[in-house]
Design a protein around this ligand. Structure first.
Ligand code: ADP
Ligand code: MG
Length: 240
């Protein structure tokens, strides 16, 4: 049994609705309950439009639920202000997105240094840290390149270096291989696996594909905003 202290993410009875154009609202998440523990590699899988990104935005403190409670490291972050949420994100979470979200006109090194701006480090400390992270993802020779000069897989590795730079215990990846061919996608997934197993970084990865979810150790399946499976990776996705 995991200790209570090991819990990183705890969602309790989370509901999320968005206002719709002609008045009223659309409910997207229905009574979502799950926990994620330190060192886990969890996939959140579901068809397009099922509410995965909405769920990730709440976990990532990018958005707040309509009702329910969200605890990150045992702290209730449900009702924080936008500024407080930003601090929580910077301190605890590294993000990886499908479209990489790199600044096109800034060098690879600058991109990785950028999130360290808020951590009270000197420029030389930030540079050293960013170089170390680029080395970790095998891009130490590409520091001065622009993202546009790199392949998709390399861009995603830059994004991973950026996510790691702040030394987060939790990485949230939303369709991280969605813009990559399967060979590059597999490399990125293996790299996540390595970060998880060798460095103990907790990973929550969102995907709509079972073949990608399989890289994780646990699967949470969402359909129409409701969890319909939460457990070990099943042998196939026929019953999801
Ligand atoms: N900011 C928003 N405003 C209004 N509706 C939204 C917003 N974000 C998501 N939705 C709606 O919520 C539903 C689920 O979206 P999303 O969480 O992006 O699904 P997924 O990531 O699984 O494809 C969709 O119907 C989408 O249109
Ligand atoms: Mg999505």
């Amino acid at each position: 049994m995991k200790k209570k202290a090991d819990k990183i993410v705890s969602l309790k009875n989370i509901n999320k609705s968005f206002p719709v154009e002609l008045g009223g609202e659309q409910q997207v998440l229905f009574n979502i309950n799950f926990d994620v523990y330190t060192g886990e590699f969890v996939a959140i899988m579901g068809p397009s439009g099922s509410g995965k990104s909405t769920c990730m935005n709440i976990i990532g403190a990018l958005d707040t639920p309509t009702s329910g409670t969200y605890e990150l490291y045992g702290r209730d972050v449900t009702n924080l202000t936008a500024d407080e949420l930003a601090t929580v994100r910077n301190e605890h979470i590294g993000f990886v997105f499908q479209q990489f979200n790199l600044l096109a006109k800034r060098s690879v090194l600058d991109n990785v240094m950028l999130p360290l701006m808020y951590q009270g480090l000197s420029i030389s400390e930030r540079e050293a840290r960013a170089r170390e992270m680029l080395k970790r993802v095998g891009l130490e020779n590409f520091e001065s390149y622009l993202p546009t000069q790199l392949s998709g897989g390399m861009k995603q590795r830059v994004a991973i270096a950026r996510a790691l730079a702040g030394n987060p215990k939790l990485i949230l990846a939303d369709e991280p291989t969605g813009a990559l061919d399967s060979k590059m996608g597999n490399e990125i997934l293996k790299f996540f696996k390595q970060l998880n197993k060798e460095m103990g970084i907790t990973i929550i990865m969102i995907t709509h594909e079972f073949d990608i979810a399989k890289y994780a150790d646990r699967l949470i399946h969402i359909r129409d905003g409701k969890i319909n499976y939460n457990g070990a990776i099943p042998r196939n996705d026929r019953n999801l």
